[in-house]
Ligand binder design. Structure first.
Ligand code: COA
Ligand code: HC5
Length: 631
């Protein structure tokens, strides 16, 4: 593996290794990582007038003229000279001066740690890898062994600070999230959860946790000299784990982590009253990551296979299947079935999708490499099984968690599809941004199904800034509505439709640029609202307004997560009557995952998927059939 690291090291613009910087104490010697981080700009606070103007424009397609006029009035009051707006803006600017990033703690708390719904389906995304070739237990653990070795190899790049710096729009990105994804875990609390990270502690962990038939094991993955176990060594250890967890009648203790956060917070405090339980929970929390060796799931047709695996990644299939084979608070859990299904679920608080996906890309490449040379077999100790003492009260909590989870499982409607007609190449050939093109297809699909547009969220990266996370690209705009309304109108000429599509795509790309430069509106409005909670006795009217509630009710919650691997990422909707749409655009095809809730009669994942495919095809037909002026 040294070869890979050495090759990677030769690339320009990357962090050089700092072998000499040993994490011997909590205070770290500034390495290349810190130098890089300190060179990044701080997240700006956008001008107040700019945000309010853009807010009104964003409301135009989604609220009535009367509502808009009312909001306009509230906005004027808010920004009148010496008014509340100015005061809050000044507060935000002061906060920005004092902190590394005025938003990051607030965002972590509001978007994740104070959010009370179960992390399952409501927050944790899944990744579905292409189906692998194995079909039995042996293949499952052989692959798991390679995967573990691949993750450890990636970890060495994190530890040595040899990860290539990423760029977006030619600018270097904040790399902090890479340091948060391993050796970390969320901890529930009835008030506000927390995340622990052991990667930089005095004694960083050397073990992972493996779960099989609901039984958790500590697997030490380093030799005493600090070298990682080889694939063959890991394989033997996994075999031992499987052979000592063949019973299938164990209590699915991990299912507790799927509960509402207050419920789980209380159950957690009760669970860890027992010393053995506490130690077992700590071992899971501290581990580098978790590997879930899943029991076989019901077979489905090839057409439904990826959708079934998406559900397996997002929730595990229910208490009868693999939902107890998880610790949903764990930041990173790789999931491997016996039938070649493979993917992961991750707890979202510490990081966005891109660092996770870049880890996945690395690991997939690693697992494809020819078998390693067999290593001398020094006998290794038996992996330690984690014990849990289940009191009647804990048993009751588990039963309640099973019931609730099964309701959620029945509620999730997820459809994975591969759009095979074209990928990024086509929009590029039309001089259009592929991401904007896909977003406009989504707008058209939604409009065709509902005859209206809705508040739409697309994640934009703020990683150009130190400790940056995300802001929102509002994909439904005046321009997108003009296009979607014209597209199926027989009284409009194709030339006009093309012009409207081009305009909508350009508008979306312009919004994207503004968002990644820290000038979008959503996080600024959130900041003003949180500043009001800190400073004022009453909430300003603009945040109590119906239009504000409409703007924040994202019926479409979307995200582009590109990967080198032909995989698909998925997540649940963020409102009861909404859709979650994640896509990975490749050069010649696009992988989509659409989710919705069965309990909502108005939504249907397969229907929106179908409409999306038709919209993409119709947009292509429009462009190729319409002679375009050479202007
Ligand atoms: N003509 C021809 N090509 C164009 C073009 C045009 N008008 N506009 C863009 N392209 C090209 C780009 O140069 C780029 O080329 P590449 O494939 O060589 O890199 C490619 O098309 C893709 O660009 P585009 O589709 O416009 O989008 P993007 O890659 O800039 O991504 C976002 C847009 C919003 C997804 C990105 O800015 C972002 O923020 N990503 C992070 C999202 C995230 O964090 N998601 C997970 C949240 S957990
Ligand atoms: C493995 C890919 C996961 C993508 C997850 C994602 O896009 O999360 C969004 C994060 C953000 O801050 O925008 C939230 N969202 C799922 C609700 C879009």
């Amino acid at each position: 593996m040294l070869g890979f690291v050495a090759r990677a090291m030769a690339k320009p613009g990357m962090l050089k290794p700092s072998h000499l910087v040993k994490p011997v104490s909590v205070t770290r010697i500034p390495g290349r990582y810190l130098v890089h981080q300190e060179g990044l700009p701080k997240l700006p606070v956008p001008p107040l007038r700019q945000t309010l103007e853009r807010y009104l424009r964003a409301l135009q397609p989604i609220v009535s003229a009367e509502e808009l006029a009312h909001t306009q009035q509230l906005v004027e009051e808010f920004q009148s000279s010496g008014g509340v707006g100015d005061r809050l803006q000044k507060g935000l600017e002061r906060r920005a001066k004092k902190t590394e990033n005025w938003l990051s703690d607030w965002w972590l708390n509001t978007a994740y740690l104070e959010y009370r719904l179960p992390v399952v389906m409501n927050s944790s995304p899944g990744v579905v890898l292409p189906r692998l070739e194995f079909t039995d237990r042996q293949g499952q653990i052989r692959f798991a062994a390679k995967l573990i070795a691949g993750v450890l190899n990636f970890k060495s790049m994190i530890d040595n600070e040899t990860l290539p710096v990423e760029y977006l729009g030619g600018k270097p990105l904040c790399m902090n999230q890479y340091y948060q994804i391993l050796s970390s875990c969320r901890i529930p609390d009835p008030k506000r959860d927390s995340v622990v990270n052991h990667a930089r502690s005095k004694k960083p962990p050397t073990h992972i946790t493996v779960v099989h038939n609901f039984q958790f094991f500590v697997l030490d993955v380093y030799n005493s000299d600090g070298s990682p176990l080889t694939v063959d060594q890991i394989y033997i250890q996994l075999e031992k784990i499987c052979n000592s967890s063949l019973q299938t009648n164990k209590e699915p203790i991990g299912i507790l982590t799927s509960q509402h956060r207050n419920t789980w917070g209380k159950a957690y405090n009760n669970l860890i009253k027992d010393k053995t339980n506490k130690e077992s929970v700590r071992a899971i929390q501290k581990s580098i990551f978790t590997v879930c060796l899943d029991a076989p799931m019901p077979r489905v047709s090839d057409e439904l296979y990826r959708s079934r695996v998406a559900a397996q990644m997002l929730h595990g299939g229910g208490s009868r299947w693999n939902s107890g084979n998880r610790w949903f608070d764990k930041t990173l859990q790789f999931i491997i079935g016996e039938d070649g299904s493979c993917g992961l679920i991750y707890e979202h608080a510490p990081a966005e999708g891109p660092p996770i996906v870049s880890l996945v890309d690395h690991v997939v490449e690693y697992t494809k490499k020819s078998e390693m040379v067999r290593s001398p077999m020094i006998p290794l100790p038996m992996p330690q099984k984690l014990r849990f003492n289940i009191t009647p009260e804990i048993k009751k909590d588990i039963e309640k968690a099973k019931q609730n989870l099964n309701i959620m499982v029945h509620d999730l409607d997820v459809k994975v599809s591969v759009f095979t007609h074209f990928g990024k190449h086509f929009p590029k050939s039309q001089k259009m941004s592929p991401d904007a093109f896909i977003q406009m297809a989504l707008q058209l699909a939604y409009y065709r199904v509902y005859n209206r547009c809705c508040a739409t969220y697309e994640s934009a990266s703020l990683r150009m800034f130190r400790l940056g996370r995300t802001d929102t690209i509002r994909s439904s705009s005046v321009e997108s509505l003009n296009f979607t309304q014209a597209m199926d109108d027989p009284t409009r000429q194709n030339q006009e439709k093309v012009a409207l599509l081009q305009n909508a795509v350009r508008g979306h790309r312009a919004y994207t640029d503004m968002a990644i430069q820290g000038q979008a509106i959503d996080r600024h409005l959130l900041g003003l609202r949180l500043q009001a909670i800190e400073d004022l006795t009453s909430m300003p009217e603009i945040f109590m307004d119906t239009a504000y509630a409409v703007a924040m009710h994202f019926n479409l919650s979307t995200s582009q997560v590109p990967a080198k691997t032909d995989c698909v990422m998925c997540f649940g909707p963020v409102v009861p009557d909404g859709y979650g749409v994640c896509y990975n655009p490749m050069d010649d095809h696009i992988n989509f995952a659409v989710s919705a809730f069965n309990s909502c009669a108005e939504t249907n994942a397969a229907r929106l998927s179908q409409a999306l495919e038709e919209a993409l095809l119709d947009m292509r037909a429009l462009l190729v059939q319409t002679p375009q002026s050479k202007l």
